[in-house]
Design a binder for this molecule. Structure first.
Ligand code: ZN
Ligand code: ZN
Length: 276
């Protein structure tokens, strides 16, 4: 499958999964319905990027994920994106999309470029939705770039994305041999890399007794993998328990886990698109 083809089918899978989870879990309904609109926009944007970008990342070493944005491809879609968010998002976010739409295109570019350079690397805990606008808009472009990068085999267990340097968003457990193997999914370019199962991706703690796991009754394939040493946690999607899960989307439904982690004093290493 070529990268051009991957984009569309992955977005379709995300959209279908958000519909399914939304029907099953009342508590996640609002978030997932909103996400579905975002993913539909991203799918269209990704198709545009594919058609424009076919020859972009072909230097001798392949593209580097965070090379400068191609604004001629992206910018014509930003106003439409802002108006979609204004119509479909929860109140505070709709308002920030409205405010952004009133700014000059120079301000848009500054906001997109700042996110592109620093996201997942230097951004500290910002509030819910803090990065939503540039993040949701640029996600298809980050995925596109990352899919075109030549990958070297990993020789060490990396705590940040080997392609773009961002912190992980999620753990993903996939069936391999007799058990599950853990991968981390990048919060910026959404690619995965392999990671040891008993190891804190924030501080490097490896004592099993200091790494408790919490699973909510309603969503048995989703886990909080916490660390007593640094008090951070990473959320994991266990595909050995539910092979239909789409990690990026199932994570958005995991509201009971967010509440549990908060009550127990754990912070999430990197929040998801909706800031939870
Ligand atoms: Zn990455
Ligand atoms: Zn830790």
């Amino acid at each position: 499958m070529t990268p051009g083809q991957t984009g569309g089918t992955e977005y379709d899978a995300r959209i279908r999964r958000s519909e399914r989870l939304s029907a099953q879990h009342e508590f996640a309904h609002e978030f997932l319905d909103f996400y579905k609109h975002v993913a539909s926009f991203q799918k269209t944007l990704r198709a545009n990027i594919n058609s424009f970008g076919a020859e972009t990342p072909s230097g001798p070493l392949g593209a580097v994920v965070r090379d400068p944005l191609d604004l001629t491809v992206l910018l014509p879609h930003f106003r439409g994106f802002l108006s979609l968010i204004e119509q479909k998002a929860p109140g505070a976010l709709a308002k920030s999309a409205r405010q952004m739409s009133l700014l000059s295109s120079d301000s848009w570019i500054a906001s997109l470029e700042a996110y592109w350079k620093l996201a997942g690397v230097y951004d500290q805990q910002v509030g819910a939705f803090g990065q939503f606008l540039p993040r949701a808009f640029l996600q298809p472009y980050a995925e596109f770039r990352a899919e075109h990068v030549a990958r070297a085999p990993l020789v060490v267990t990396a705590r940040t994305c080997p392609l773009c340097g961002a912190r992980p968003l999620l753990g993903v457990l996939r069936l391999e041999g007799d058990g599950g193997k853990r991968f981390l999914m990048c919060s910026f370019c959404l690619q995965e890399w392999e990671f040891r199962r008993i190891l804190c991706p924030t501080c490097g703690e490896e004592a099993e007794g200091k790494l408790p796991v919490y699973i909510a009754e309603q969503l048995p394939h989703l886990r909080v993998e916490a660390c007593e040493t640094c008090k951070f946690y990473i959320r994991s999607v266990d595909l050995t328990k539910d092979g239909h899960a789409v990690p990026l989307v199932d994570d958005l439904a995991a509201i009971p886990l967010t509440l549990w982690a908060h009550e127990h004093g754990y912070s999430r290493l990197q929040p998801n698109l909706l800031g939870t």
